[in-house]
Design a protein around this ligand. Structure first.
Ligand SMILES: [Zn+2]
Length: 271
């Protein structure tokens, strides 16, 4: 049985609503990922994670994968390289929110965004706020590399600063998926230099007390931020497994959570 929303018929969608299926929304991007990675990297990771999670959890938990959002917001500086689409952030907030509001109005109550592209974390959280205000349905925003940060710290080969964009994490995952990736000529010249108590810098390591875009702090020579030279399919395999384990736990939590019915504004008022 397909786990893809787009491959369902209308009566099958109705059935999924009745079963209170969880919807997974892969949120990726199409943009340069250095000289060695496919420009669809973020969308590929979001999609692969969503599909594998749905296969793993069905039938214990009914799950459907929505069509991927594969264009998005990115800082203008990324357009210094070929292959970049850039959608205004306010358009993205509205677009993501409208997709989720449509699903909520159909009757779906639980939606998890799987966001793999850095700047979309903020965008997706704003969209989730909007969906809640419009429907009373709370959307879960999840980020695979946040989920697997701890296990990845044990298997990574790069030093702190080695993961941010087209880095060891993303490259290893695409190698695990079987994409042709040539590591020739890659090194750590574009490793993230500012990783301290203020700015985490490294995507999967450290915890900065403040937020400051790597793209504003450092200019990349190759389009990479981090170090992809030490990537391997084996690191990708272990990372992917860790991501799936974490999503298994997240989906069970989401499934069990009972959400109160919301009415806006509430009468009688609280005051
Ligand atoms: Zn990426």
């Amino acid at each position: 049985m397909s786990i893809m929303f787009a491959e369902k018929t209308m009566p099958q969608i109705k059935q999924a609503i009745e079963e209170e299926a969880i919807l997974l929304l892969p949120l990726g991007q199409t943009e340069q990922h250095g000289p060695h990675l496919q420009v669809g990297c973020d969308s590929i990771i979001a999609e692969r994670v969503a599909e594998a999670v749905a296969v793993k959890m069905n039938p214990e938990i009914p799950v459907l994968v929505l069509p991927t959002i594969a264009y998005g917001y990115v800082p203008r500086s990324v357009q210094n390289w070929a292959g970049v689409f850039r959608i205004r952030w306010e358009v993205m907030v509205g677009y993501i929110a409208d997709v989720c509001v449509s699903a909520a109005e159909m009757g779906f109550k639980k939606i998890i965004i799987i966001s793999t592209h850095g700047p979309h974390g903020d965008v997706a959280r704003l969209a989730a706020r909007d969906v809640f205000d419009r429907t009373g349905i709370g959307i879960v925003v999840s980020i695979p590399h946040v989920l697997c940060a701890k296990p990845f710290a044990k298997i990574r080969k790069s030093k702190l600063g080695g993961t941010s964009h087209a880095c060891e994490y993303e490259t290893s995952l695409l190698m695990h998926f079987g994409y042709p990736v040539d590591l020739t000529g890659l090194d750590d010249r574009d490793a993230v230099k500012v990783c301290n108590e203020w700015v985490a810098g490294d995507m999967l390591g450290g915890s900065g007390k403040a937020s400051w875009s790597t793209w504003a702090l450092q200019i990349s020579e190759t389009g990479v931020y981090g170090d992809a030279s030490c990537s391997s399919a084996e690191t990708g395999r272990a990372t992917f497994e860790a991501i799936l384990d974490e999503y298994g736990r997240l989906l069970r939590f989401v499934r069990e959570q009972k959400m109160p019915a919301q009415t806006f504004p509430r009468y009688p008022r609280n005051w």
